[in-house]
Design a protein around this ligand. Structure first.
Ligand code: F6P
Length: 489
């Protein structure tokens, strides 16, 4: 790992922090896939080298402001971290986060099939942002770029994800002194698929996002497919040209590559060793029932209603198992999430009724669950059922593989994952190693996956899958990206 001073820019701050006053309010570790992947990459801050993290300190205030105390040194399990939060007024935040990041980019980038909004009525059509919304996105991105340039000692800057897609080009304009990396944690869409949405305005905003990303020296993606689709869009929308190792833009080389994220296996293992089984799992065991778990953020990309429909059908066919579904609240207040909750409720009610007639426990709740309970569920499940419509990676199957490594091979779970999730592209979804791809929009495929999974077919989580997850962990992901980034200068 590089011992140089390195800057990480991410929309989420390292800590979730409800109140503006840093030291006087309670704070909790921020959650989410990005944090899980990047946390293990942090190099301890030693006063002149190590990691500085800049993130948003929640945008709920009536004016923009900069924390008067500037930087703080946080104690983290990886050592001290230099941390800075930027604060934005609620109108700016709504435009940046509500309108652009989550009502436009997020649904557009997860559009792996053009018919998603039609096939799943709760999936929102990507909304081109208003002029004011776009301006807020620019304001937030600019604030990050300026904060980064104030960092005299920083030798490289690693910008994360779609919320900050304009930052790389802004850093370049401001002549940031070190190499600039950008990593997209979510999928990059195919122009062929989203073409029906590429009207004037959508096209223009997408082109600006792509141009922003092209400011980087190294643009990283979850899978080779994402990298290829980005290259194609960069050529069509932003005048880039294919070049050896990446793209040529304005006479310089932007390296483009696939860097699939990983997890911190030791963190999962430690929780798997200490966590007690959750009550509902114990109750299912007493009934002699296998346990199927569905764990995710309550997001419209996760395919939850379709999965619940398949669960209901399995109960109707007389299959006996306990289902524990937990969707953690996410992006509350972002309007396009409104229809999802009703769709989950409707399908959950049907599944609950079907479960009742075969005398099986069924739970689908909307709740934030503690880390130990998440890992306990992943460790004790017989089928880990994810079925995202699209996903940059989806860390649940990787965490489950590690958590289940404590069980003998013949007792381990089968993991189901959406065919368009990064995890099945990277690890393969033929089921041989216990990871089986399902088509989240095809009830037959979901039902077959579940049925086979309950029988331990085609195979339970293998030692090979566990070893691969260990090998491709978050540390090695970060090191590979940062080494390649350093190699760009
Ligand atoms: O992988 C987790 C993730 O989907 C990241 O891609 C993204 O940056 C993050 O969640 C955003 O989540 P939130 O809107 O909850 O901060």
């Amino acid at each position: 790992m590089t011992a140089r001073a390195q800057l990480i820019l991410a929309n989420r701050a390292f800590l979730d922090h409800e109140a503006p006053r840093w030291a006087d309010s309670p704070s909790t570790a921020s959650s989410g896939g990005l944090l899980a992947a990047v946390r293990p990459v942090i190099a301890p801050w030693d006063g002149h080298s190590g990691t500085t993290w800049i993130g948003v300190g929640m945008g709920r205030f009536d004016r923009e402001w900069v924390d008067p105390r500037g930087y703080e040194i946080l104690e983290t399990p990886r050592g001290p971290l230099r941390h800075r939060r930027l604060f934005f007024g609620s109108a700016t935040w709504q435009g940046h986060y509500g309108e652009v990041a989550n009502s436009f980019t997020w649904p557009l980038f997860h559009l792996v099939r053009v018919d998603l909004p039609r096939a799943t009525p709760y999936y929102p059509e990507p909304q081109p942002p208003s002029a004011a919304g776009w301006q807020s996105f620019v304001v937030v991105n600019r604030a990050f770029a300026e904060a980064a340039c104030e960092e005299d000692g920083a030798q490289s800057c690693w910008v994360h994800d779609y919320q900050l897609a304009l930052v790389p080009a802004m850093l370049r304009e401001r002549e940031f002194r070190g190499p600039i990396g950008f990593f997209l944690h979510i999928p990059f869409p195919s122009l062929a698929v989203i073409r029906p949405y590429l009207s004037g305005e959508v096209r223009q905003r997408l082109a600006e996002i792509v141009r922003g990303m092209l400011g980087a020296d190294l643009a990283g993606f979850q899978t080779p497919g994402d990298a290829e689709r980005f290259a194609e869009a960069a050529c069509e929308l932003a005048g880039a040209r294919p070049a050896a190792g990446g793209l040529e833009v304005d006479g310089r080389l932007v390296r483009v590559g696939a860097y699939p994220v990983g997890i911190d296996p030791e963190e999962v293992l430690a929780a798997a060793r200490r966590a007690k089984p959750v009550t509902r799992v114990r109750a299912a065991r007493e009934l002699g029932l296998p346990v199927v778990v569905g764990l995710e953020r309550g997001d419209f990309t996760k395919g939850i209603p379709e999965r619940l429909r398949a669960i209901a059908e399995a109960y109707r066919q007389g299959k006996r198992f306990a289902y524990i579904g937990i969707a953690s609240p996410t992006r509350e207040g972002v309007e396009v999430y409104g229809a999802l909750e009703a769709a989950i409720e409707r399908e959950a009610a049907r599944a609950r009724e079907a479960a009742y007639w075969v005398g099986c426990p069924f739970t689908q709740v909307r709740a934030a669950v503690g880390w130990d309970d998440v890992v306990a569920l992943q460790r004790d499940a017989d089928v880990v059922f994810t079925s995202s419509l699209a996903d940059g990676m989806n860390l649940v199957p990787l965490q489950a593989a590690i958590a289940q490594s404590l069980r003998p091979t013949e007792e381990r779970a089968v993991v189901l994952a959406g065919v368009d999730a990064g995890v099945t592209k990277v690890y393969g979804g033929d089921g041989r190693d216990g990871l089986r791809a399902v088509d989240p929009l095809d009830q037959q495929s979901l039902l077959e996956g579940l049925t086979e999974g309950l029988e331990g077919r085609p195979a339970r989580i293998s030692d090979r899958f566990i070893a691969l997850v260990r090998e491709r962990d978050a540390r090695s992901w970060g090191e590979r990206f940062l080494d390649d980034l350093e190699g760009t200068c």
